[in-house]
Write a protein that binds this ligand. Structure first.
Ligand code: 4AD
Ligand code: MG
Length: 480
């Protein structure tokens, strides 16, 4: 008999019919009530065991963590806490879980810290919290593809191994198959990359943008959604060494169009999970509210999780130029009282996350799009404004998260781009193909990158980015 998903049965009215379900035991009370979870929903199915007619050896193996199959009749439940239950007729043990061993893991039914759960990332998806997070993550990524598909974008897969450094930040993981103890050397003693697998230095991509740009200038509207890698040694709750980025790129689109697209896109995917992840979001909302209780008043979230999500969907993001933002920050209390770690003294300063969070959480109390940054603190490919000192960049800042999106209108003028690359020491020979796009049919175009895990952080109300990706990669940690 084909087995039925628990999510389906919990909504079903097909009483007195027989069903088979398969899942993992979450609890077993009084030798009679199994709470069974199969991952299709946060909610467990209660299976009532007829223990007199169940073999002793089967009863003994119905332990927390075991995989079992239950065949039985769907009934309206008499007990509190559930609408329906399965009256078991036959139980099969599919995979045992020894209670003594389970005790040593996070499967044991008690509260475990998020740190503890991280150490057992291979098992944590069997907890309510991680089941909920990962279902929301999955729904969000579906919504991403749906949004772009509905809006006429082409999905492109940009390379993961690349010879270029899109951000010019140099924080790249090298890719080589040299014997690292004994790489071939040139006469002057330097490593001879001509001998390496790709015949040149190569690395894991930090962004698919440059390649995506070439595709936008042919397909019109494209997006990437793939893994990106950064060897920055930032041990924060917002940084991963391996994270997923969504990067749309649009021809004949300026910075205003880019901001409109980013805002519309974010609202769409958040609205999608509000409509499709009700149980999981309700659970995560409660979790957050519980967690907040143990925090000092000032650190508590002013809104419940779904209120926060609805706020984003229903309100316009504030659009503020970098110059206006600097004025606000200069005159802010924490700046005057020297409470910021980095005091804002003058125009041109790079914004730290403490400044971004001040703007979003204290000043505007809303998502903010900052635009027209100083050219000096941004990447080489951003379009220079007529003032000669700012570029058409935009960052979207979110409450509790800080920067969630970074993007820009791209410099489409060959001469300006070349000058800029020379200034910043970006190798023109390396990027000959990128420059070609400015030689052949160049046009105004724009795009942005959204860090998917930062979106999932916001959507789930979690506090640490390590808890919204199945197996986080961070400095000194690549377990699993
Ligand atoms: O601002 P970034 O560095 O922009 C780019 O890479 C552009 N090439 C994107 C583009 O225009 N196509 O990164 C974009 C976003 C950030 O706003 C942030 O959300 C996320 O990627 N991000 C990270 N997320 C997790 N861990 C890290 N180490 C991240 N670094 C950036
Ligand atoms: Mg950025």
């Amino acid at each position: 008999m084909k087995h039925t998903k628990i999510a389906e049965l919990l909504k079903s009215d097909l009483f007195l019919q027989d069903f088979t379900v398969k899942g993992w035991v979450r609890a077993f009370r009084s030798n009679r009530f199994i709470a069974l979870n199969d991952g299709s929903t946060l909610n467990n199915l209660q299976c009532v065991v007829d223990f007199e007619n169940t073999p002793e050896e089967v009863l003994e193996e119905i332990n927390v963590g075991a995989a079992i199959e239950v065949r039985g009749m769907l009934k309206e439940s008499e007990g509190k806490g559930q609408r329906v239950e399965i009256e078991a007729k036959e139980i099969k043990i599919l995979g045992i879980a020894n209670p003594e061993d389970v005790k040593k893991t996070i499967l044991s039914p008690k509260r475990h810290s998020l740190e503890k759960l991280r150490e057992q990332a291979h098992l944590r998806v069997r907890t309510n919290t991680f089941g909920a997070i990962m279902r929301v993550r999955s729904q969000l990524s579906f919504a991403v593809h749906q949004y772009f598909n509905k809006n006429g974008f082409n999905y492109v897969n940009t390379p993961i191994i690349t010879g270029s450094d899109a951000e010019g930040a140099g924080e790249m993981f090298k890719v080589t198959n040299f014997d690292i103890k004994n790489p071939p050397k040139k006469e002057d003693g330097s490593i001879d990359y001509k001998e390496d697998f790709f015949g040149k230095e190569s690395n894991l991509t930090v962004s698919g943008q440059l390649e995506a740009e070439t595709y936008a200038l042919g397909l019109g509207q494209v997006y990437t959604f793939g893994p990106t890698f950064r060897a920055e040694n930032s041990n924060t709750s917002r940084h991963l060494a391996e994270f997923w980025m969504i990067e749309p790129e649009v021809a004949f689109c300026d910075l205003d169009g880019n901001m409109d697209l980013a805002e519309d896109f974010i609202k769409y995917v958040i609205q999608y999970i509000l409509e499709n992840c009700e149980d999981d979001l309700a659970f995560l909302e409660d979790r957050l509210a519980q967690e907040d209780k143990s925090k000092p008043q000032a650190e508590r979230s002013p809104m419940l999780l779904r209120e926060k999500l609805r706020f984003v969907v229903e309100n316009q993001f504030k659009r503020v130029s970098y110059t206006e933002a600097i004025d606000i920050l200069k005159n802010s209390k924490p700046n005057k009282k020297k409470k910021f770690n980095y005091i804002i003294e003058e125009w041109g300063a790079d914004l730290q996350s403490e400044h971004e969070r001040y703007l979003v959480e204290k000043h505007f109390k809303s998502p903010v799009i900052l635009f027209d940054y100083p050219a000096k603190i941004k990447a080489f490919y951003m379009r220079l404004n007529d003032d000669g000192k700012t570029v058409r960049a935009m960052d979207i800042l979110f409450p509790g998260i800080g920067e969630i999106v970074g993007g820009s209108q791209r410099e489409e003028r060959l001469d300006v781009l070349e000058t800029k690359m020379k200034e910043l020491g970006v190798d023109e020979k390396e990027l000959w193909w990128y420059l070609d796009t400015r030689r052949f049919g160049t046009c105004v175009h724009s795009g942005f990158g959204l860090g998917f895990e930062r979106l999932v952080l916001f959507a789930t109300g979690m506090g640490n980015i390590r808890d919204v990706i199945p197996f986080p990669r961070t400095p000194k940690n690549a377990e699993f």
